[in-house]
Design a protein around this ligand. Structure first.
Ligand code: C2R
Length: 162
């Protein structure tokens, strides 16, 4: 069974990153949660990036704020797809520091960057990557999208009846 790693630079990122965990669990996808910091725990970062694929992990979601080097460094070390979540941390320059650190990767080392604090979309994207080769997960994504459509339609009906 496929597993997604959700890692972040600090426990202070957890309120944002929890949204990725919740949506993945909603798709019945196993999650490995950890704190890894390129700046504060560089040895752990190297070990994590080099070995994640050997533990049955299929996708890595990495969230960090400020000078957010974690997603890019993990992408440099791992052969797995990495989804980066820019986190608006308390000391940030309105989140732009994190967005630009994660977004502007050099050629050859992609990080699929979602919106600021966009951990929920990171979780959905990870599920879609797994779903491209796992029919069971794909069916759950189809049902999820159907739910989104029904919600909009019921909102539109309510509006018409006002
Ligand atoms: N950007 C990074 C990295 C890294 O990129 O390795 N490690 C921690 N941090 C970020 O520092 C911010 C403040 O962290 P603290 O709240 O622990 O001071 C967090 O948003 C974290 O992701």
């Amino acid at each position: 069974m496929s597993k997604v790693a959700v890692i972040m630079g600090s426990t202070s990122d957890l309120p944002v990153m929890q949204e990725a965990v919740d949506i993945l669990k909603g798709f019945d996808i196993e999650v490995e949660l950890d704190i890894v910091s390129a700046h504060r725990t560089p040895d752990k970062l190297f070990d994590y990036g080099k070995n994640a694929h050997t533990r049955g992990i299929s996708v890595i979601i990495a969230g960090a704020g400020g000078a957010a080097h974690l997603p890019g460094m993990i992408a440099s070390l791992s052969p797995l797809p990495v989804i980066g979540v820019p986190v608006k941390s308390s000391n940030s320059i309105d989140g732009w520091d994190s967005v630009l650190s994660i977004l502007q990767m050099p050629g050859g080392v992609p990080v699929a960057t979602v919106a600021l604090n966009g951990a929920k979309n990171a979780g959905i994207l990870a599920a879609q990557i797994i779903g491209s080769s796992d029919k069971c997960v794909l069916d759950k994504i189809v049902a999820y999208k159907e739910g989104l459509k029904m919600k909009v339609e019921s909102g539109a009906r309510e509006l018409k009846n006002k």
